[in-house]
Write a protein that binds this ligand. Structure first.
Ligand SMILES: Cc1cc2nc3c(=O)[nH]c(=O)nc-3n(C[C@H](O)[C@H](O)[C@H](O)COP(=O)(O)OP(=O)(O)OC[C@H]3O[C@@H](n4cnc5c(N)ncnc54)[C@H](O)[C@@H]3O)c2cc1C
Ligand code: SF4
Length: 338
């Protein structure tokens, strides 16, 4: 048994000060990831600073149509919050399609964004893993890599990022608000997640003791009809094999604006900028959607067991675009799913 001390804090300054002063400490929110990783010896904090009493549970409507979500708000509460459901349904759907009802009632927004990869080798302390133990190698390269990423990977790590919420936030240009020993920061969700490169152990730009205090989603009227599509091995309680968060604005059948981000196929929540640029100005047809999907997945790099994710990624993009533009027949001219 490894002794772990626990304390509960009620104000943000104390939370930050306590963790920042002790390299062996970490924040504890819902505990649904942290306790798990402690138990299997992947995480090794000696002191857990419980942040559940911090006044960071609100979901606030912002003037102009944005929303601010406190970091300690529960996934289930945020999914049900009216401003989120009305203005950003892709966020509500991403939350409801994640984990299980029990987990969503416990898990927080900040914890969801800070969760670690579900790569099996990362969670097995007997395996080589550059993310867990830099310089040891990557067991997934030649191992069981069916669930691993095809976009944004490096020779040092091919793990996927697991958060569904993060995919929606990247599509919406949301900003992660942090507070730490160095003061306040506002980090674009897309910049909050680092590609593995040659330092896969560094997943976020935030420092030890820096607390995520909120997430702010800017106004985006077209997001009121957005969707989050998640493809997985079974219909509940499962991480994504591929997912897409999408919002589209149309004028006379032509795409005038689009937001598209992918999960499950990529090493970080993946803003599909190539697909977006193919779509803007194009007619909202299956042909355009396929061209966009083709462009986005063009640089995908498969490994032995996950080549199927390239075609799955393409189909997920096309299907999500068809759904959000109202063409939900799900059958193409040749009679096959798109
Ligand atoms: C069986 C299972 C299935 C799951 N399926 C999905 C899924 O399909 N989709 C999905 O998106 N997620 C899924 N999850 C992950 C789940 O959503 C996360 O475990 C949860 O959101 C983490 O939130 P938490 O509050 O429990 O965080 P904790 O476990 O308390 O913390 C997680 C990490 O974040 C840090 N942290 C927490 N809050 C803050 C903060 N405010 N600032 C800085 N650091 C912080 C902690 O120090 C810790 O390192 C699943 C989890 C399980 C166990
Ligand atoms: S894919 Fe990344 S997390 Fe998985 S074993 Fe390789 S280095 Fe570790």
């Amino acid at each position: 048994m490894r002794p772990v001390s626990y304390s509960r804090v009620a104000d943000v300054a104390t939370a930050i000060g306590t963790v920042a002063a002790d390299p062996g400490s970490t924040f504890l929110a819902g505990g649904t990831t942290e306790v798990d990783l402690q138990r299997i010896h992947v995480a090794s904090a000696k002191r857990l600073v419980d942040i559940n009493d911090l006044p960071l549970r609100q979901v606030e409507e912002l003037p102009g149509g944005g929303v601010r979500i406190g970091a300690v708000a529960r996934m289930s509460d945020v999914a049900q919050a009216l401003p989120v459901r009305r203005r950003f349904p892709m966020v509500s759907q991403a939350l409801l399609l994640g984990a299980s009802a029990q987990l969503r009632n416990m898990a927080s927004i900040g914890g969801n964004l800070m969760q670690r990869t579900r790569c099996g080798y990362f969670r097995d302390v007997a395996a080589a893993c550059n993310k867990r133990e830099p310089g040891t190698g990557c067991s997934a390269m030649t191992g069981v890599n069916r669930g691993h990423a095809v976009l944004g990977t490096s020779e040092h790590c091919i793990a996927t990022h697991p958060s569904d919420l993060a995919v929606a936030l990247v599509a919406l240009d949301a900003v992660v608000l942090t507070q730490g020993p160095g003061g306040h920061r506002e980090i674009l969700a897309d910049d909050f997640y680092l590609a593995p490169g040659d330092t896969p152990d560094r997943e976020h730009p935030i420092a030890h003791g820096e607390l995520v205090v909120a997430v702010q989603i800017p106004p985006l009227p077209m997001a009121s009809t957005s969707i989050y599509l998640k493809v997985r091995d079974r219909e509940s309680y499962e991480f994504a094999l591929a997912s897409a968060a999408v919002a589209v604005a149309l004028d006379a059948g032509v795409v005038t604006d689009v937001r598209l981000a992918l999960g499950g196929v990529s090493s970080k929540p993946w803003r599909a900028r190539r697909a977006e640029s193919v779509l803007v100005g194009a007619p909202a047809t299956v042909e355009s959607f396929r061209a966009a999907a083709e462009a986005e997945m063009a640089d995908a790099v498969p490994h032995a067991m996950n080549a199927y994710k390239i075609e799955l990624g393409r189909r997920t993009i096309v299907r999500a675009l068809r759904m959000v533009t109202g063409d939900a027949r799900m059958v193409s001219e040749d009679g096959n799913p798109p």
